[in-house]
Design a protein around this ligand. Structure first.
Ligand SMILES: *[C@@H]1O[C@H](CO)[C@@H](O)[C@H](O)[C@H]1NC(C)=O
Ligand SMILES: *[C@@H]1O[C@H](CO)[C@@H](O)[C@H](O)[C@H]1NC(C)=O
Ligand SMILES: *[C@@H]1O[C@H](CO)[C@@H](O)[C@H](O)[C@H]1NC(C)=O
Ligand SMILES: *[C@@H]1O[C@H](CO)[C@@H](O)[C@H](O)[C@H]1NC(C)=O
Length: 493
């Protein structure tokens, strides 16, 4: 990237964004004010696309961003968003150390631990993250000036990612409707218990179980036990869960190309792949294409930031950053070797590229399990991986055409929708702004206790009635038998 002209281009970009916004506002459309409580890292990459689209359609977007974060660049003057920076009381070093420890635990330690030990460690990690969310939340809600400023801004809606808790509380204080943009919670606790999403454990595998939708007895037993385990996690204390349950819409970042068929509620919309774009044949992507066409041997492009390994093959090129979506969309791309994050998986589905998955943490094992079940991926175990395993896996995915065919089938399913996922997500956000909520989609199950939800009170009543009936019947029979007995006795006498 040439340095000169960057500032001018940024200004130009910003100007274009504003121009777009004003043109939309002058049209008879509706311009809303959106406030955002984001989650960092890959969650932000996904959410940003949605927010940019909202700006394009004339809405004003304000992002509440912690001063210490990983990927949210609030100093970027070309950004179409207004940032409200929350001065959090922890340092970049603390955040980096926590992330390092978290990744190390998941990638290197979990393979050797029992499920209870894993759960215990997860509980500890979640406490650390919850603590950080709480500190971020405190910097906002305990700052009267800032809260007054937000009150005066009169936002129409708050968009939050419930992985970083706090957004729902801010919405409650500002008395505005909020919607969630979400991938998953551990064991789908938040969706099941707070969002009341029906999830029959017999065929809906809870997240992080690495299971498919067809499960044998032991797997179903495991799911039920694990679901009870995940209730112990600190992510859903009761009052928080109640507040989370007030979300008007849950925009889930998957779709039926990836997800197993399952029941859902009208206020759950599956918008997986909303960040995907047709590949661009310009700039860097174009140069890559050139490299591709000129080299007969398969070219391996690797996004890798560390020191260049000495044993690197001559056909492998290392990049700090690659335009992943454009590369996956390139017709010569044969396979995608990936850790299996949801964003990358969706880019592969969008462009119909088979996967070699080396899952590492969070939902990645699940994601690769889904793609394996759909026949579009080969999975490798990072803990035991040998060079030959990787070579074999890449060869399998490239030589055996079923993987490519399945990937293309998923891609066709993904593209054949009445409305694009991004449009659907925007539609529901605008809907909630226009109607000040979507209460008509909210199921009455939110008012039920767990035994009412499962009709256990009714069952108990019916069981009692049946028991009484049986009791009376038995008593009658005994009475009759006694009478008969006495009559026969009398006759014999
Ligand atoms: C996990 O266990 C395997 C063998 O059981 C061992 O080779 C490996 O070093 C262990 N890994 C860790 C991180 O302890
Ligand atoms: C949260 O983190 C801060 C700073 O690291 C620490 O002082 C505090 O005790 C933690 N609180 C809890 C509840 O863990
Ligand atoms: C599979 O493809 C690789 C090149 O990707 C080739 O070297 C190998 O011989 C092929 N294997 C089979 C069994 O066709
Ligand atoms: C290709 O892969 C599929 C799915 O794993 C397998 O059933 C099939 O036998 C493979 N075909 C060949 C020619 O190896």
């Amino acid at each position: 990237e040439p340095e000169e002209g960057q500032g001018a281009r940024m200004m130009g970009q910003r100007f274009l964004w504003l121009l777009w916004a004003y043109t939309c506002c002058w049209s008879p459309g509706f311009c809303g004010k959106v406030v955002v409580w984001p989650t960092d890292a890959s969650h932000w990459i996904n959410l940003k696309v949605l927010l940019e689209e909202l700006v394009l359609r004339g809405h004003e977007v304000t992002v509440l961003v912690p001063s210490i974060n990983m990927l949210i660049d609030y100093r970027d003057t070309s950004s179409p968003f207004t940032f409200e920076v929350l001065q959090v009381p922890f340092t970049q070093e603390t955040l980096d150390a926590i992330m390092e420890d978290f990744l190390n635990t998941w990638v290197n330690e979990f393979t050797n631990l029992s499920s209870w030990e894993v759960l215990w460690k997860m509980k500890k990690d979640l406490e650390v993250f919850t603590n950080m969310s709480k500190m971020t939340c405190d910097t906002l809600v305990l700052n009267p000036q800032l809260m007054a400023k937000l009150q005066q801004a009169k936002f129409d809606i708050l968009i939050a990612d419930p992985l970083y808790i706090g957004g729902e509380l801010v919405a409650e204080i500002l008395a505005i409707p909020f919607i969630y943009s979400f991938r998953f919670s551990i064991g789908n606790t938040a969706e099941r218990l707070c969002g009341r999403l029906p999830s029959p454990p017999s065929y809906v595998p809870a997240s992080m179980g690495r299971l498919m939708d067809r499960m044998h007895f032991m797997e179903r037993l495991l799911i039920l036990c694990n679901l009870q385990q995940t209730r112990l996690l600190p992510c859903v204390p009761t009052t928080l869960c109640e507040t989370m349950g007030k979300a008007e819409m849950w925009l889930i970042r998957t779709y039926w190309d990836f997800e197993f068929p399952r029941p859902f509620l009208p206020n759950f919309e599956f918008v997986g792949g909303l960040h995907c774009q047709p590949h661009a044949f310009y700039g860097r992507a174009c140069k890559m294409q050139y490299v591709y066409l000129n080299v007969p041997l398969f070219k391996v492009l690797w996004r890798y930031k560390g020191r260049k390994p000495e044993t690197l093959g001559s056909n492998t090129r290392i990049y700090d950053w690659i335009p992943q979506n454009d590369l996956l969309g390139h017709p010569l791309t044969k396979a995608f070797i990936t850790h299996g994050g949801t964003n990358g998986i969706y880019e592969a589905i969008y462009h119909g590229v088979p996967l070699v998955g080396i899952p590492m943490f969070a939902d990645q094992h699940d994601n690769i399990a889904h793609m394996r079940a759909k026949g579009a991926a080969v999975e490798l175990d990072f803990g035991t991986l040998k060079t030959q395993d990787l070579v074999d896996a890449v060869n399998t995915v490239i030589n055996n055409s079923t993987y490519k065919e399945n990937a293309l089938r998923l891609s066709r399913i993904h593209h054949d929708q009445p409305m694009k996922p991004l449009d659907r997500a925007v539609f529901w956000i605008e809907f909630v702004m226009r109607h000040k909520g979507a209460k008509h989609l909210r199921p009455a199950s939110h008012h039920l206790t767990w035994y009412q939800y499962h009709c256990l009170d009714v069952l108990a009543f019916l069981f009692t009635c049946a028991a009484i009936a049986v009791f009376i019947l038995v008593k009658c029979c005994l009475f009759c038998c006694n009478k008969c007995g006495r009559i026969t006795k009398k006759k014999k006498e």
